[in-house]
Design a protein around this ligand. Structure first.
Ligand code: ATP
Ligand code: MG
Length: 618
């Protein structure tokens, strides 16, 4: 069933029970064994989700309310930009994915797409994303420049057979995403919509009550011109963010650039080969030679495999104190795919012994490799490129009189120079990992700071990749057919909901931001056998709901202490307790976020909560 807003007419006819005595709410005292991070533990313990299988979860009634609130905020902000909601099929024909060239990559290489064969023998995939489907729709329905631009979005479950599903809803195999796709006559129009999406995303995450940071992101093999991720800041986040305090730079570490520290000038003025026993690592070599790691050219071997079965050995030269950023190499190798008659890169690995045996003609001088390692090390084979692809990072390319390997175990050379003893690789590009503490490129006075984040959204200028591959063209003003420019914009709705918990909880449980809490308030009856307590609570419950405060009533039998514990665990922002002070016409009111308690006259409860809500949602 498509997503409905909470106040949708069909749901208003018969209100769902908002009495805990009638609700399926089962809380657990113990942390579930399978959960590693607080938000996962808390969502299971507080009865929001149940694990059904690896990376597969049931969203229970309270969770559905949270998901709807997030979806509603997303929907309002998307609609405000003029984007139109639609709903695309989750089951998708192989043929469309063959047109875009992604079927094999998604089903065989990466295996991220679940796929099946129907009774007629037709292959189908379960949608991990919808570029193919939407491009087919646009191709069929958009004929003229007059119909452009257009931005279509949907909110729907996606399927991805993740290698490592984990952390509950954070990395599920079935999860809810908002995905939008825009079509344009030209790049300028695409950039306008991209900027609008950036704004809409900032609004969405702010309205959800989240601390977040937009960061430059890796556009990957697609090579689109720009892409930005929205990171929800949390220690448990899988991504590292590098940013500067002047707020002028923030990037995913995969993408980040920086200025390396200056190299120490080399003290080796003469080229020679030295015996350096037991120095296979940079640290051991620097110690042995009493030199600085910045004086060493390190040569790292990678093995790339392309979709046509071709293996390419890659030798990366980089300064000894620096590390290689594998995302940057992956991008370069993807760009070079056509040089090897391939379409896409399938894998990039540091070849282990077993892998080396498949192509090495003789044992490699590992730990002592020089930039001029001979191509003779590669055995002749139809499926292995006969030459090393040699790449140099500028930190290595700039060095003079450097130390490096000698291609012989136990020996290094010192005082080497490019253009003399070693040929400088033709391909030079930034291949290093930027690190916290590095000077920023935009302003060397700024140093990079580090933070961890959960990728909650990603906006992307796709360019012409899909429209060209699938011939999605429109008739331009000059009467000529042209491919449409495209953008795509995703938000992980279910991931956002859990990320909110990761960012906002304490030892007692969840602290929902008011905007996405399943209910705004909970009325707790300490003792349901006390008629005055129950009566006052029922009255408040009705008044509050009538006033637009979404309220749940804890009218369960049982001890008051258990109910207070549950209320804390579930994390509803405001608690009203009809206890002892009823005798004076008062109730106890507690704010979940700061734990503040106060006695409030019955007639002031609604206005007090309304005041708090106004402040929280401002
Ligand atoms: P990741 O790098 O975390 O694998 P992705 O780059 O594959 O994510 P996109 O394809 O850009 O993600 O999907 C858009 C959004 O969907 C992401 O920003 C994220 O919020 C969400 N998302 C992606 N994969 C999952 C998943 N397995 N479970 C839950 N949410 C996900
Ligand atoms: Mg991403």
């Amino acid at each position: 069933m498509p997503w409905r807003t909470i106040d949708h007419p069909t749901t208003a006819i018969r209100e769902a029970p908002m009495r805990l005595s009638q609700m399926l709410l089962v809380t657990l005292r113990e942390d579930p064994a399978e959960a590693e991070i607080p938000s996962h533990k808390l969502l299971v313990r507080a009865g929001y989700i149940r694990r059904i299988g690896s990376g597969i979860y049931a969203y229970l009634p309270m969770m559905l309310r949270v998901l709807r609130k997030v979806s509603d905020i997303v929907r309002e902000e998307m609609d405000a930009t003029g984007a139109q909601e639609c709903l695309l099929p989750q089951i998708q024909p192989k043929e469309l994915w063959e047109e875009s060239g992604r079927w094999d990559g998604y089903t065989k290489a990466e295996q991220i797409m679940f796929n099946l064969t129907d009774r007629q023998g037709r292959d189908l995939g379960l949608g991990p994303t919808h570029e193919e489907v939407i491009t087919a729709v646009a191709r069929d329905l958009i004929g003229s420049y007059r119909q452009l631009p257009v931005n279509l979005y949907q909110i729907q479950s996606k399927f991805r057979d993740e290698i490592r599903p984990r952390f509950g809803l954070m990395r599920g195999r079935e999860f809810i995403m908002k995905d939008a796709y825009s079509f344009h006559t030209n790049e300028e129009s695409l950039k306008e919509t991209y900027a609008e999406m950036d704004k809409a995303y900032r609004n969405i995450f702010s309205r959800c009550g989240l601390k977040f940071r937009p960061v430059q992101a890796d556009s990957g093999a697609i090579g689109g011109s720009a892409s930005q991720e929205f990171m929800i800041l949390a220690e448990a986040g899988e991504d590292e963010i590098l940013y500067t305090e002047d707020d002028k730079y923030a990037a995913n570490v995969e993408k980040a650039i920086s200025l390396p520290k200056d190299a120490v000038a080399s003290s080796f003025s003469e080229y020679k080969k030295l015996e350096t026993p037991n120095t296979p690592t940079i640290a051991s070599l620097a110690e042995f030679l009493e030199c600085d790691a910045t004086q060493i050219v390190k040569n790292v071997l990678y093995q790339a495999v392309y979709d046509n079965g071709m293996t390419v050995l890659v030798l990366v030269s980089i300064r000894g104190d620096q590390d290689v950023n594998e995302t940057k190499i992956t991008n370069e190798l993807s760009r070079q795919a056509s040089n090897y008659d391939a379409a896409t890169l399938i894998a990039l690995t540091v070849p282990d012994e077993e892998a080396q045996q498949k192509w090495a003609a003789k044992p490699l001088p590992l730990g002592y490799i020089a930039p001029d390692l001979s191509d003779d090390y590669i055995a002749k084979s139809k499926t292995v490129a006969p030459k090393f692809l040699r790449l140099a990072d500028p930190t290595a390319a700039e060095l003079e009189n450097f130390v490096t390997g000698s291609n012989e175990s136990g020996f290094h050379t010192v005082g080497g120079n490019w253009g003399k003893e070693y040929e400088l690789p033709k391909v030079q590009l930034d291949l290093r990992i930027a690190m916290a503490g590095d000077r920023a490129s935009h302003n060397p006075k700024q140093t990079l700071q580090t933070a961890r984040g959960i990728e909650a959204g990603h906006i992307f200028q796709l360019g012409l990749k899909y429209s060209k591959a699938m011939t999605a063209e429109f008739m331009a003003e000059n009467g000529k057919p042209q491919p449409m420019w495209m953008g795509c914009y995703g938000i992980g709705v279910s991931r956002v909901a859990q990320a909110a918990v990761e960012q906002s909880h304490d030892d007692n449980g969840i602290i929902w931001p008011v905007a996405i809490a399943p209910y705004h308030a909970i009325v707790v009856v300490p003792n349901v056998k006390a008629a005055d307590q129950l009566e006052a609570a029922e009255k408040l419950y009705n008044e509050m709901n009538a006033a637009g405060i979404e309220t749940v009533l804890d009218d369960r039998p049982g001890r008051a202490g258990m109910k207070f514990k549950d209320a804390e665990l579930i994390g509803i922002p405001y608690r009203v307790v009809t206890g002892r002070s009823l005798a004076e016409g008062k109730v106890e009111m507690v704010q979940r976020a700061n734990g503040e308690k106060q006695e409030v006259a019955l007639e002031d409860v609604v206005s007090t909560i309304q005041g708090w809500m106004k402040e929280a949602l401002a």
